[in-house]
Design a protein around this ligand. Structure first.
Ligand code: FNR
Length: 186
């Protein structure tokens, strides 16, 4: 069976983002059952229903097509003020519409949050969960992945701290199983 395609949506736009480091580390460790690909969100205009015409912004259409081509979604995000970074919330909003034709609704997903601080983005993690409930996205419950001290967990060369590799590996394998259980069967 071909690997399931997973759209990885990184909630930080920062060039040296720790969250992107984590996303890339997960990509490097992916099992043969998964194909993780980052779908970029930096060029998405802010969601505005007035632009939802027959010719929406090109960046919206490109994002929607890219997400639609994937079987599942992995959110990897920092926390901003105990909440979802605006670019990520915007991407979820863009992906959620047009009403009834969402590119993202119903896709199995998992959530990883990061912080150089102590709490690992716990607040953002649960706010992402709250948003995707309305999109009927089956969201992996366990294992949770709140990565605190993220700058040390994945270093600048992309190396994952040796005692965390097992945790990343278990997360990916469980996610692969979760996708198989929850993917919409045609
Ligand atoms: C932060 N940061 C932060 N960290 C955290 O653990 N909880 C929080 O609520 C916040 N709030 C917050 C708001 C704003 C506007 C910024 C810019 C930053 C710190 C944040 O975790 C840190 O900057 C990370 O490096 C951001 O993630 P990336 O860009 O490295 O992936």
């Amino acid at each position: 069976m071909p690997a399931r395609r997973v759209a990885v949506i990184v909630g930080s736009l920062r060039k040296e983002s720790f969250s992107r480091r984590v996303a890339n580390a997960l990509r490097a460790m992916q099992p043969p059952t998964l194909n993780l690909e980052i779908v970029e969100i930096r060029d998405l205009p802010l969601y505005n229903q007035d632009l939802e015409t027959e010719t929406p912004p090109l960046a919206w259409s490109a994002f929607r097509d890219a997400v639609r081509a994937h079987d599942a979604v992995l959110f990897v995000s920092p926390e901003y003020n105990r909440s979802i970074p605006a670019p990520l919330k915007n991407a979820i909003d863009v992906g959620s519409r047009p009403y009834g034709k969402s590119c993202i609704a119903g896709k199995p997903c998992a959530i990883v949050t990061t912080s150089p601080g102590a709490y690992g983005g716990f607040g953002a993690n649960h706010q992402i969960r709250q948003a995707v409930v309305f999109l009927d996205m089956p969201t992996m419950q366990m294992p949770e992945l709140y990565i605190n001290a993220v700058d040390k967990v994945v270093d600048a060369s992309g190396t994952v701290q040796s005692d965390k590799r097992e945790m990343f590996d278990a997360f990916l394998k469980k996610f692969a199983t979760w996708i198989e259980r929850n993917i919409a069967k045609a």
